[in-house]
Design a protein around this ligand. Sequence first.
Ligand SMILES: [Zn+2]
Ligand SMILES: [Zn+2]
Length: 139
Amino acid sequence: MTEPYTGGCACGAIRYEVSAEPAVMNDCQCRQCQRDSGTGHSSHLTFVEAPVKLTGEPALWATVGEGGTRKNRAFCSTCGAPVYLTFPNMPEVFVASAASLDDPGRYKPQLVMWASAGQAWDPRDPAVPVFEKMPPQNV
Ligand SMILES: [Zn+2]
Ligand SMILES: [Zn+2]
């Protein structure tokens, strides 16, 4: 086991620590992620059944993804930074926003999803597999 993944919002009010390796790291170009990130995509580290320590009280925005998945997007009510996502129907899954990491260099995108909603001004790395919508394994 390597060092825990630690991070939080821009002002420091919301913090997390995940003591596991991510199951997958991916960019998502869906419209919700565009709006959530303020640019062409979100970059997410997905952890499954990982020990997660949280501090601070995030604001939660409950949404339903284009694939029908219910999600709670946790962000800071002071600085507005998107920090993590949780899933009411999948409590074992924790998704951290790559830019919220204390060391964002640990994020290494393995795939891009929802490329069908991607913008021409948000080009994709040709070395990374691209999926028009969700990848088959539903990550
Ligand atoms: Zn904050
Ligand atoms: Zn998305």
